[in-house]
Write a protein that binds this ligand. Sequence first.
Ligand SMILES: *Cc1c(COP(=O)(O)O)cnc(C)c1O
Length: 370
Amino acid sequence: MTEKILLSSPHMSDEGYEMQYVQEAFDKNWIAPLGENVNEFENELAAKVGAKSAAALSSGTAAIHLALKAAGVGEGDIVFCPSLTFSATANPIIYQNATPVFIDSDYETWNMSPEALEEAFEKYPDVKAVIVVHLYGLSADLDKIVDVCNKHNVVLIEDAAESLGTYYKGQHTGTFGDYGVFSFNGNKIITTSGGGMLVSANDERVEKARFWATQSRDKARHYQHSELGYNYRMSNVVAGIGRGQLKVLEKRVAQKRLIYETYRQELGSLDGVQFMPANKWDEPNRWLSALTLHGQIRPLDVIEALEKENIDSRPIWKPMHLQPFFNDYDFIGDGVAERLFENGLCLPSDTKMTEEDLGKVIKTIKGLWS
Ligand SMILES: *Cc1c(COP(=O)(O)O)cnc(C)c1O
């Protein structure tokens, strides 16, 4: 049995940077809580993306939750959220007892449609916050979305969990909104095994997020709490992995781009195949290579053919407004997210794939067309 070709798996540095930082944490017994790796990972990530301030947290989901809280989102508030995303974008809205309104995608970006967003503002003028996602490392049309949010004076949160290393017009995604969120989950472009980061230009709000994330302990000798707290901080061991991974981010992006370019060259002219969008203002990290199919061969045919060869692939995220759990919430749009879901597919984009692996994936897919 040949080894499985994976969608996207952890890829530690050849140099062993991660182990050096983890070893240091062990040597100094900075196992928990917090410590130098956490502080430095925050500084290094903030410097990398050009954010002023960062808080290292236990997950990207926790970072979205605290961004909503920092934005003042509470019970009964409305939050606009793209429908085409992973459920982790939407769940924290419910944690805050707020109400999501799901926004359609557009074909130009696969992300939040600025037109649908405008429409949502007309219907819900008292909305409290907007979450925009950069799906599969493609950036949303940020100029338009930032404009709409500014015009309505509403907080913008960027879920950049999938887009670390992506630039929009030369600036890192995650730094356009009032808050940005990154994830270091196991399948993301770099990983700490699990973790997240909240970034913002607002130091005070980030400091507040750190406070909430450590059980909201007041500055008192005894244990005193005047606010609800969470156990959301990143551990110092995990942060050591993150510091090492950050050193190879550019390498991972380069490899992801090579994978994407190879797929596009080899598969782009097959009948009915359309690759994910490319926009001149976007420099995507190509976290996952994705395409849509518009001919006789359907995404499931490809997924099953790959599965037979022990190769992993996935459908596009199922839109939130079609999920049983989120069924009752409003959706603004006209079915773009749904059509992307029906026709879309993510190809294996693992940076550990060899040239042979990539060739095998391509050959298996081409086989369906011959
Ligand atoms: C992975 C992901 C998250 C959640 O990050 P975790 O670190 O797994 O909690 C949020 N949003 C999107 C779009 C993601 O892909």
